[in-house]
Design a protein around this ligand. Structure first.
Ligand code: ACO
Length: 325
């Protein structure tokens, strides 16, 4: 059976570093509070780079590793909640800049679970035989939708992009199981109204809408622990494997305490979980792509290793992919 195999990954984060001490100069917070409550020490913040700029750089790196030419790409999917525009999509902008003239391109919105949703979508196009080479991107400039006066959210996030190329192949090294979930009933826990819309016929407007992230932190915290634990369980069941078969678990990089609790509830050693949130904060749809690229470049994964990627986020959404690298 045809599957998607990872033939290249890449990532890019903007050069500007914002430390916890920098934030303590902006809002009433401290390095001690942020480090102890989240594990985050610093994050990268765009100094004018757009989401498509970050996505393009990450994609170039993934393409280089893959050895493919841009013309060989059939499809580009970009997961993002901070696109440059309502239209065109970030994926179309990246397609143009890469010169990937043969690819279809679209964006996908599943908040911090976006990279997982995009990987699973790519796998469907490959396994049905419709496409051979798919570029999956997770890219965000979350700094654009943060309320920089709200200490309860602005300390948590960062900007960046991760990319992956999945290519059709037979045999080992592919997605062995996947799970996607959504719970729209919990949508109010994590929101960001996009624009003030005025209906030209009725004059109705939501002009008071605040285009910043609002979060009920403790509710999201509880949801995230349950979501990670459930998704790991379900994806292992789907693949007919147990935790002992898994070398690493790569969770969405939101908060070290969430991951510690999830490790406890899933009876998995904390050391199995890969973390880089100390350096980047929560980069939403980009976090899993950035971390996977880092793991591969550091030689932590060798072909045949099994890894679970697991995400959660606005929607609320969650999901996991069990991958043989
Ligand atoms: N610095 C100092 N004090 C702060 C800060 C800050 N940055 N933020 C909040 N506080 C204060 C609060 O005002 C409160 O003070 P009070 O007791 O005087 O009222 C106190 O700290 C405790 O606040 P809590 O909200 O109860 O703190 P908590 O321990 O729950 O930690 C946190 C907050 C880190 C946000 C936690 O709830 C969390 O991690 N939630 C999940 C967040 C998350 O993962 N979001 C993203 C997931 S989805 C996605 O990625 C888009």
């Amino acid at each position: 059976m045809r599957h998607g195999v990872i033939i290249g990954t890449g990532s890019y984060t903007p050069p500007h570093v914002m430390t916890n001490d920098d934030l303590a100069g902006m809002v009433d917070t401290s390095d001690e509070w942020i480090s102890s409550r989240t594990g985050i020490k610093e994050r990268r913040i765009s100094a004018g780079e757009s989401t498509s700029d970050l996505a393009y750089e990450a994609s170039l790196r993934a393409l280089k590793v893959s050895g493919l030419s841009p013309e060989e790409l059939d499809l580009i999917i970009c997961a993002t909640i901070t696109p440059d525009y309502f239209m065109p999509s970030v994926a179309c902008t990246v397609q143009d800049r890469l010169g990937a003239g043969n690819a279809a391109a679209f964006d996908l919105s599943a908040a911090c679970t976006g990279f997982i949703y995009a990987m699973v979508t790519a796998e469907q196009f490959i396994s049905t035989g419709m496409y051979n080479n798919v570029l999956v991107i997770g890219a965000e400039t979350i700094s654009r939708i943060l309320d920089w006066d709200d200490r309860s959210t602005c300390v948590l996030f960062g900007d960046g992009a991760g990319a992956m190329i999945l290519s059709a192949a037979e045999g080992p090294g592919h997605i062995l199981g996947s799970v996607l979930t959504s719970d729209g009933g919990k949508q109010d826990y994590l929101t960001c109204p996009a624009v003030s819309l005025v209906n030209p016929y009725t004059g109705d407007s939501n002009a008071k809408c605040d285009p910043h992230i609002k979060m009920q932190g403790q509710e999201v915290f509880k949801y995230a622990i349950r979501a990670i634990t459930d998704c790991i369980d379900r994806v292992l069941n789907k693949a007919g494997l147990s935790l002992q078969d898994i070398k690493y678990i790569l969770p969405h990089q939101a908060n070290k305490r969430i991951i510690e609790q999830a490790a406890k509830f899933s009876n998995s050693p904390f050391e199995k979980f890969y973390l880089n949130l100390e350096d980047y904060g929560n980069t939403s749809a980009a976090s899993i792509g950035i971390a996977l690229d880092e793991m591969i470049r550091e030689g932590l994964l060798i072909r045949g290793d099994k890894i679970i990627l697991v995400g959660f986020g606005g929607g609320l959404t969650s999901g996991a992919v069990l991958l043989e690298y």
